[in-house]
Design a protein around this ligand. Structure first.
Ligand code: NI
Length: 399
């Protein structure tokens, strides 16, 4: 059998700084897990972070409401790192000793791990900086409300968190990847998902005389079939734009054409540019498809988030850091997810990348995100800190 890679021992830079701190961070994460907070209500989480960062001699800046940022090091910002801090309105069913004490709310998406990883990175880099100046600044953003649409990222950006920031990196737990590995991908790794609601009104009447009515049942059917069809010819097919209806309702009698009707669905898209163009086309396409039937059409199109598109350079940066810290085989390819992630807003004008953090115990139970029984392998926390702190150090070196 041929060996395509030469196995070399990892040369971790961050790990020696982390070992003493890790037990405290595990406790910190368990405390967050026991006290999860919903989007824009992460007050206790924010206080805990501020308290710990200040105790280390750092100067965190609180954002309006909840969330914070902290700058570590000195001089120009080399990179920002973002961790989301909110939990979900789901009942926890893990049976863990540190399970949620806030009934009906749980960290079922692993944001407690993201938050604690970012805290660990801040503490490790600060300790390094005190021993010998880093030569640059790493900005860490503890972002509230990732789980809402369109997400807390926008309010962070409005508050200036990206000023002077040349790139941004982030992570997300992935229960399908083994602990000790990270998943990466250049290009889009999440998808856009918008909501579409359409109301139709027209003159109803007897089904024996449709020519005297505006037959909106017929028009609804045309919109259901032809709006997706037209978009598939007007938007780049590689973008995977798909309109799928989840609701359609009109009428109450077999022989009466109703005066109003309703339909709703989602528009998903794998590509950022196509998401913009599909959104701009949508109203026109709906109106034109319905036009021959003379009905009144009102479209409500709610934008979700764009896809997260990982830049080539920043993806390579994370991969190199992961190989150096965790070993040659620490990086696996991750598929694009159809889920949405508001980290995408940070990437509107900046290069950056999000990595997947393996949280699966090899040979152990299979879990999924957004479920009440979601459990992470806690070793993932240390690996996340190693990889992203090492990646941040590399961006300082490149200043
Ligand atoms: Ni999440």
């Amino acid at each position: 059998m041929r060996n395509f890679t030469t196995e070399t021992e990892p040369t971790p830079v961050v790990k020696p700084w982390l070992d003493d701190l890790l037990p405290e961070l595990i406790e910190f994460r368990r405390d967050l897990h026991a006290h999860p907070e919903l989007s824009f209500k992460e007050f206790r989480t924010t206080d805990k972070l501020v308290e710990r960062l200040e105790a280390a001699g750092l100067e965190p800046r609180r954002l309006e409401g909840s969330g914070l940022t902290v700058d570590v090091g000195e001089g120009p910002i080399a990179t920002a790192l973002r961790g989301d801090i909110d939990a979900l309105p789901i009942i926890e069913e893990t049976g863990l000793a540190f399970a949620s004490k806030n009934h009906g709310v749980t960290h079922a998406c692993g944001h407690d791990v993201h938050t604690t990883s970012m805290l660990g990175i801040a503490l490790v880099l600060h300790a390094m900086h005190q021993e010998s100046p880093l030569g640059g600044t790493v900005r860490i953003i503890f972002q509230p409300a990732e789980e809402t649409m369109p997400g807390g990222a926008l309010s962070c950006i409005e508050q200036g968190v990206l000023q002077g920031v040349p790139r941004i990196l982030a992570l997300h737990c992935d229960p399908r990847i083994n602990v000790g590995k990270i998943g990466t991908r250049i290009g889009a790794i999440t998808s856009a998902s918008d909501t579409i609601k359409i109301e139709l009104t027209g003159r109803g009447g007897h089904t024996s005389r449709p020519h005297l009515t505006e037959d909106l049942v017929f028009a609804l059917a045309q919109i259901a079939v032809n709006v997706p069809a037209v978009l598939s010819r007007r938007v780049d097919v590689r973008s995977g734009v798909s309109v799928v209806w989840g609701q359609i309702a009109a009428g109450s009698a077999p022989n009466a054409i109703p005066a109003n009707g309703y339909m709703a669905g989602t528009m998903r898209c794998l590509d950022r540019d196509a998401w913009h163009s599909a959104g701009e086309l949508l109203d026109d396409v709906v109106q034109q498809v319905a036009a021959p039937y003379g009905v009144d059409v009102h479209l409500e199109h709610t934008r979700g988030v764009p896809p997260v598109v990982n830049s080539e350079h920043e993806t390579a940066l994370i991969e190199a850091a992961a190989r150096a810290e965790l070993g040659e085989h620490a990086v696996v390819l991750t598929p694009q997810s159809m889920g949405g992630e508001d980290f995408a807003w940070f990437l509107a004008d900046l290069p950056g990348a999000m990595m997947r953090l393996g949280t699966h115990t090899p040979g152990g139970e299979e879990y999924d995100l957004h479920r009440g029984d979601f459990i992470v392998d806690e070793r993932a926390l240390g690996f996340a800190i190693q990889v992203l702190a090492a990646a941040a150090l590399r961006t300082i070196r490149d200043l």
